[in-house]
Write a protein that binds this ligand. Structure first.
Ligand code: ADP
Ligand code: MG
Length: 608
């Protein structure tokens, strides 16, 4: 067989500029990925136009038809062709404007791109006009005609990608596209509670959100379960303000589908921000659970570049590290504050109200948001917000944004606020009595939390108590496990383990952390090797401490069904009292609950 060189077709064609329509179709590939991207661009335009009411009508998941009407400022008839012109915008005029842009749009390419791949009609009327006017591409070229309509704009997009069949093939089922359109609408609506939105599909109403406050909008979009247990976040430091709601660890989800983060009112997916929030939840949430949150960061627009990505979901911060620190501390403080409040309410000398005691997770009291609430109601709101701020964080050498974030202190536990053990229930719960009534403890979860905190502390103090095994425990291992044990020898030692190969297929454990001496040694060793492999690297003990320690704690925590003596139960209660965050286990579940006498009375209709 002779290897024939692959010959490419010769390109004898001369270089020539592409026709405008084709340029737009190519660009549309970036901006108009699917019907939901059209919905996003049109909603942003309506908001930029100052609308207070927006209607979205879809057919066939938006593939057949997307019609969005708003009651915003509208466009003058003679400006309509410009609205459809690529790189034509009313939102910025100079580089300086770009550097402090606060409108959602500014690239002037959405309408041009959408019109290039659809049958498009824009009908608009501004306050000065006697009637509305329409511009459409339905007959091949752009045509303007008088039309009926109130002040505001309506954009009709039908047969998306009818002229670019290759792209149309990439669309998913109608239901999937509809789902994306709903997601985009919810995302935008959450950040604009002062605007009413309604979404229809094939003429049926899917959502209708009235204008109101953020709390009301969050309730409509994230649900009352989320809101009932969410903690209020409200922190400022220099040019940074973070507000919103951080879901309780108990309300965490299996998917990252309720993570809403906004920068100056724009929904973003940003590594720095996601990581900061994740890190704030680190200690209270198992690695495979996703916290739910709706957070609004307001930042001087000069300190963030929003022109990174055509659809603007990515941003770049001038000082990413300071922003990370600030967000991390703000969320962590909110989470810890709620815990502290919970403990205080359980320890109060006055009997707490039934709800305060039972709903341990109940958020701290909610104060109505200040104007803007991290979301620009108007450009003026933002400018007022930043008026007193230094123009540049980067210019200050001592960037210490978190310094002004209130770091809550957890009140020292009053003697025995978890009371005294009464009994064990079905081998799962410990029942105890305190001044307020009944305490119910999930014994495994509580123990796990305690072990975890002890491990963490021992590691931090670099004095992990070690248990030498009289007889080493050997177990069959594969080459990979043997390799990991050798590679991570030092880390294992720091953790309190001595695991070494006794043959190419067997490992021996000679030491384990004393705190984990109760656990099944071989299972524990396998778990630590697997986690070291997954999170490996020299900084595993600092960066992945939680992933490493949490499963270990779980291994050694008392199993359900183990009978405890009263002394053991009381010892557990005392340990819980002195352990920070003992009110939730590492998986984010609560570890204990209080049922007050008042609540018990209610159950039995006493005094009614
Ligand atoms: P951009 O939003 O980046 O400026 P677009 O292509 O989305 O670019 O829109 C071009 C221009 O058309 C906008 O700058 C704005 O002046 C005008 N426009 C678009 N949609 C609306 C609307 N719903 N109401 C009023 N003006 C609009
Ligand atoms: Mg736009």
């Amino acid at each position: 067989m002779s290897a024939e060189p692959v010959s490419l077709p010769p390109t004898h064609a001369p270089i020539r500029p592409l026709p405008n329509q084709l340029v737009s179709q190519i660009a549309a590939g970036e901006v108009v990925e699917r019907p939901a991207s059209v919905v996003k661009e049109l909603l942003e335009n309506a908001l930029d136009a100052g609308a207070s009411e927006i209607q979205i009508r879809l057919d066939a998941g938006g593939v057949k038809r997307i019609a969005i009407s708003d009651n915003g400022g509208g466009i003058a008839a003679e400006q309509l062709p410009l609205a459809l012109l690529r790189h034509a915008t009313s939102k910025i005029a100079s580089l300086e404007d770009l550097e402090q842009v606060l409108t959602l749009g500014f690239r002037g390419e959405a309408l041009a791109s959408i019109a290039a791949v659809s049958q498009f009609t824009l009908t608009s009327r501004n306050a000065a006009a006697e009637h509305a006017s329409s511009i459409s591409n339905l007959h091949g070229s752009l045509e303007i005609s008088p039309a009926a309509g109130a002040v505001g704009s309506t954009v009709e997009v039908s047969e998306l990608y009818y002229n670019t069949p290759a792209r149309r093939k990439f669309l998913k089922t109608e239901q999937t596209e509809l789902g994306h359109c709903q997601d985009v609408t919810a995302r935008i609506a959450l950040a604009h509670p002062q605007v009413a939105f309604s979404l229809h599909h094939h003429g049926r109403v899917l959502s209708h959100w009235q204008a109101g406050g953020l709390r009301q909008r969050a309730l409509a979009i994230l649900g009352d379960e989320f809101l009932a247990h969410a903690r209020t976040v409200d922190s400022s430091a220099g040019p940074l303000h973070l507000q919103g709601f951080a879901g309780s660890p108990a309300a965490a989800r299996g998917r990252a589908d309720q993570q809403y983060f906004y920068v100056n009112g724009r929904f973003v997916r940003d590594k720095v921000l996601t990581h900061a929030v994740r890190a704030a939840y680190e200690d209270v949430l198992h690695g495979d659970r996703y916290p739910a949150y709706a957070l609004f960061l307001a930042i001087d627009p000069r300190l963030v570049d929003v022109n990174v990505h055509p659809s603007k979901v990515e941003v770049r911060f001038r000082d990413g590290r300071a922003v990370h620190q600030f967000v991390f501390h703000a969320v962590q403080a909110a989470l810890a504050l709620a815990q502290a409040t919970g403990q205080v309410s359980a320890m109060a000398t006055e009997p707490p109200t039934p709800t305060a005691a039972a709903l341990h997770w109940q958020q701290t009291s909610f104060s109505p948001p200040p104007t803007g609430y991290g979301v620009a109601q108007t450009r003026a709101d933002y400018l007022a917000l930043f008026a007193q701020q230094p123009a540049s964080m980067a210019a200050r050498s001592d960037v210490n944004a978190p310094a002004t974030v209130p770091v809550p202190t957890i009140a020292p536990p009053v003697a025995h606020f978890l009371g005294y053990a009464l009994a064990q229930l079905h081998g799962i719960y410990v029942l105890a009595q305190n001044v307020h009534g009944l305490i119910v403890v999930d014994m495994h979860a509580a123990h796990e939390r305690i072990v975890y905190e002890q491990l963490k502390q021992a590691l931090a103090e670099r004095q992990m108590p070690v248990q030498h095994l009289l007889i080493p425990v050997t177990f069959a291992a594969d080459a990979r496990e043997v390799g990991i044990a050798e590679e991570h020898r030092t880390t294992l030692e720091q953790l309190g383990f001595d695991i070494s190969a006794v043959s190419p297929t067997a490992l021996a454990v000679r030491c384990v952390p004393a705190l984990l001496a109760q656990a099944d040694t071989a299972a524990l060793a396998r778990a630590v090797l697997r986690d070291l492999h997954d999170y490996g690297g020299s900084r595993v003990l600092t960066q992945h401490q939680h992933e490493l320690l949490a499963p270990l704690a779980c291994h050694s925590a008392v199993r359900a069904n183990r009978t405890l003596t009263l002394e053991e139960m009381n010892a557990l209660l005392r340990q819980m009292e002195t352990t920070e965050r003992a009110d939730q286990c590492n998986h984010g579940r609560p570890t204990w609950r209080q049922l007050s006498i008042a609540e018990l009375d209610k159950l039995f209709w006493r005094g009614q």
